[in-house]
Write a protein that binds this ligand. Structure first.
Ligand code: PLP
Length: 405
């Protein structure tokens, strides 16, 4: 890991205005600090203060900041002069990345796009295209209680957050939300009208809930019996975060499609839909598209990231450090008396706290720690997947201080 020793140019540092004066549309409640540099596991703000990162840019920076291989991949890609060619032409990086993902997964084909929501919207279209060939009315998408799938119209319709949905009704039709209950699903999953079920094997935004293996297996059985596509949204929990390259491996269930994004291209925007043979065969040229998807620059970087995240040594460390984190978090919960529950696996953890989680996250900033929330009373931890146990221990000790001060 090299140090990224390039400070933001002076004119840009001074150009970052107060939050209230920002020219960026106010769709986010942004933190007051301004980051100017990243080094390894830390971000550094414009005052030179360091923050240990247990958030990874919301599960994106799996390799931390300043990864040598990402830098080399970007340089190699730029040296060709090809940042973008469009999907009308073929380039080697996209082909190589698709072949790599096929080799590492159940998939027979890959669709590249630019974000998580776009990946899910693509998966919904692929499911409909395939299901219509079985029965013309087989078009519905079913999502699960507590799920988060993105902010576009169909992905928002599949997202169980009333406050995100209400201002934008009507949402895309033909998408409904069902309880995480096999008996109820057995009623809802009508063979003639349902094309697909989408599920996060570990629900992230919805409070860090690791769905039971038995539940996911039962859902796979139901969907298989009724010719319904099973989509695993692994945008947050995939690519190593559970300690398996894909969360479906952790659950022991093979879906029909997997959606990826967040860490895929090391912080460059990229999404992907992994598609099995029966769905792939139903798609024709013209059925779907996106201008930028899988361009040479992002694909070169993503191939490096995927190879790193598929490394068995890295995955084993995520598993064993994850087990250690569970014990530590449970100890913290006991000592502090301010934690109601600890949930998670690998490097994705949630803590239900008595206080508003946002307060604790803010106290973390004061103490030099970055964390996330997942709802009003849940703290969410998503450390870079290469974070050492020493750094994790440092982060958890700051977290404990933030809980009780
Ligand atoms: C599980 C899951 N699906 C979809 C999305 C949407 O991804 P994006 O913000 O890249 O559109 C997210 C983002 O947090 C996510 O966590």
């Amino acid at each position: 890991m090299t140090t990224v020793a390039v400070p933001l140019p002076e004119h840009l540092v001074s150009a970052v205005p107060a939050v209230a004066d920002s020219a960026i549309l106010g769709t986010y409640k942004r933190a007051p600090m301004e980051f100017v540099r990243g080094e390894g596991m830390e971000l550094i703000d414009s005052a030179g203060k360091r923050y240990l990162d247990l958030a990874s840019g919301i599960a994106v920076n799996a390799l931390g900041y300043g990864d040598d291989g990402i830098e080399t991949a970007i340089r190699d890609a730029l040296a060709t002069g090809l940042i973008h060619t469009s999907n009308l032409y073929r380039t080697a990086p996209g082909e190589e990345l698709a072949a790599l993902l096929v080799e590492l997964s159940f998939a027979s084909k890959i669709f590249f796009c630019n974000s998580g929501a776009e990946a899910n919207e693509g998966a919904f279209k692929f499911a409909r295209r395939w299901a219509r060939s079985i029965h013309p009315a087989k078009t519905d998408i079913v999502a699960l209680r507590g799920g988060f799938h993105g902010r576009l119209f169909a992905s928002l319709a599949a997202t169980d957050r009333p406050s995100y949905r209400a201002p934008f009704r009507p949402l895309a039709g033909g998408v409904s939300i069902c309880e995480r209950d096999l008996t109820e699903l057995a009623t809802v999953l009508d063979e003639e009208s349902v094309a697909a079920v989408i599920v996060e094997p570990v629900q992230g935004e919805g409070g860090v809930r690791v769905l039971e293996k038995e539940f996911l297996r039962g859902l796979r059985e139901l969907t298989e019996q009724r010719d319904i596509a099973l989509i695993f949204d692994e945008i947050q929990c995939g690519l190593g975060r559970t300690g398996s390259l894909f969360a479906y491996e952790h659950a022991g269930v093979v879906p029909d499609m997997v959606t990826l994004a967040k860490p895929l291209a090391g912080g460059l925007p990229m999404g992907a839909v992994l598609v099995n043979a029966r769905i792939a065969e139903s798609m024709q040229p013209g059925d779907h598209g996106t201008t930028f998807g899988g361009g040479p620059l992002v694909a070169t970087v993503a191939a490096h990231v995927v190879r790193r995240l598929a490394d068995p040594t890295l995955l084993a460390a995520v598993r064993s450090n994850g087990e250690w984190m569970q014990r530590e978090l449970q100890d913290i919960a006991q000592r502090s008396g301010r934690v109601r529950a600890v949930r998670g696996v690998g490097y994705i953890w949630g803590m239900d706290v008595v206080e508003p989680a946002g307060e604790i996250v803010r106290r973390g900033w004061d103490l030099g720690l970055l964390m996330l929330t997942a709802g009003e009373h849940t703290i969410r931890l998503l450390p870079p997947l290469i974070m050492s146990r020493d750094d994790l221990a440092r982060g958890l000790s700051i977290l404990e201080k933030a809980l009780v001060t």
